[in-house]
Design a protein around this ligand. Structure first.
Ligand code: PMV
Length: 372
């Protein structure tokens, strides 16, 4: 088990045949970039996200009593290679926790469906690992608090910790007395607090120059601006938190863009450089500034990829959508309201893919698509 992960708040419950959980993706308004502990996936900087209600993942997990390889099917496709290994090592952690609680479980069968077009480059490790954490813990016959689930989800993907809570969520690193690092999550406000929209402008579905984990390591090692990044996130986080509590979109817009542009300045000034943005990404940023100049309050942000996410009030959604769609190179725009927490939605449903005796499994029908 991960040495710093002490599952104190986890307790045995009745073990179901299988468990299903749903979680939304999220986008950070104040970004994290860099890790202080790679293995524990502890971010080097605090972050604050808004949960994306329109981008959901549903995951069902069933554990066998026998050992063997895990079977993982995502959107009807059996995972192999590094993707499968990442899920398997996460499930190993759940198996270790289950064993500690006297609930030993064997190989898992996992079926996960993204209720949004993954082909549009919107696949999300945040919603995926949040749903996997909820479903796998429950399927192993264990219950845990939201905080415990967030910690577990973080060990799959740091940003997944924020998807467990829903609404507006902080993820902040802290140092233990031993000198080791951990991180805590906190909900700043629930989803009903503020009726905002996040519009995702898809500009390039397929482009992925480098994964975020190696890109973060390169930035920390080579960008001359990394020191400034570490010094300034605390002020950004406080600014964003206060803006959300006060529902002050103008102030939130300013810190959101500042944080995103600092992150991209870091990657561009790494050696060798990493440029996640494409031409249409920059044009979309200009379209957002044009909207603001003409009186529509909105702000952009961008993660480790070329798609641009735009924050605005519910009342301005259609105006912002029209402006984004008119940018050359924007392929589609998908709006989300503020989403809620991860939920375990079913126990005791039939194991979906497990064929224990033979180790074979059945591919579920392709049912990914618009879940709204
Ligand atoms: O935790 P990961 O590997 O999903 O990395 C997330 C990094 C950013 O999306 C760029 C920033 C963030 O805070 O979500």
């Amino acid at each position: 088990m991960h040495e710093k992960y002490a599952p104190e708040g986890i307790s045995p419950v009745e073990r179901p045949a299988a468990a299903t959980a749903r979680a939304c993706s999220n986008v950070a308004l104040v970004k994290y970039w860099g890790k202080v502990d790679e293995r524990g996936r502890v971010p080097a900087t605090g972050s604050l996200s808004v949960t994306l209600g329109g981008l959901k993942t549903e995951t069902t997990v069933a554990f066998s009593d026998r050992d063997g390889p895990d079977l993982v099917v995502l959107d009807g496709r059996s995972l192999g290679g590094r993707e499968a290994a990442r899920v398997a090592s996460f499930l190993d952690l759940v198996r270790e926790i289950a064993a500690v609680h006297g609930r030993p479980v064997g190989a898992a069968s996992v079926r996960s469906v993204n209720y949004f077009p993954t082909a549009a480059g919107l696949a999300s490790s945040a919603s995926g690992f949040a749903a996997l954490a909820g479903a796998s813990l429950r399927a192993a016959g264990l219950g845990g608090s939201e905080d415990e689930l967030a910690t577990l989800a973080r060990l799959g993907s740091a940003s997944a910790a924020r998807s467990v809570h829903g609404g507006f969520v902080e993820l902040v690193p802290y140092m233990l007395e031993s000198g080791a690092w951990n991180a805590r999550t906190a909900r700043v406000a629930a989803e009903g607090h503020w009726d905002l929209r996040v519009l995702v402008a898809v500009v390039d579905a397929g482009y992925k120059p480098i994964g975020s984990t190696p890109a973060m390591a390169r930035t920390a090692a080579t960008s001359p601006y990394y020191g400034g990044w570490l010094e300034t996130w605390g002020a950004d986080l406080a600014d964003a938190r206060d803006s959300i509590i006060a529902r002050d979109l103008e102030r939130l817009a300013s810190v959101t863009e500042h944080s995103a542009l600092k992150l991209h300045a870091l990657t561009m000034t790494s050696r060798p450089p990493v440029q996640f943005l494409r031409g249409p990404s920059i044009e979309t940023m200009h379209a957002v500034w044009d909207l603001r100049t003409s009186g529509t309050l909105c702000a952009f942000t961008a993660d480790a990829g070329p798609n641009i996410k735009v924050l605005c009030s519910a009342a301005d959604e259609e105006r912002v959508r029209a402006a984004l769609m008119s940018v050359q190179g924007v392929q589609s725009v998908r709006a989300s309201a503020v989403g809620g927490p991860m939920e375990v939605v079913g126990h005791d449903v039939d194991p979906v893919a497990w064929r224990g005796a033979s180790g074979e499994h059945e591919e579920p029908s392709q049912e990914a698509g618009d879940g709204e």
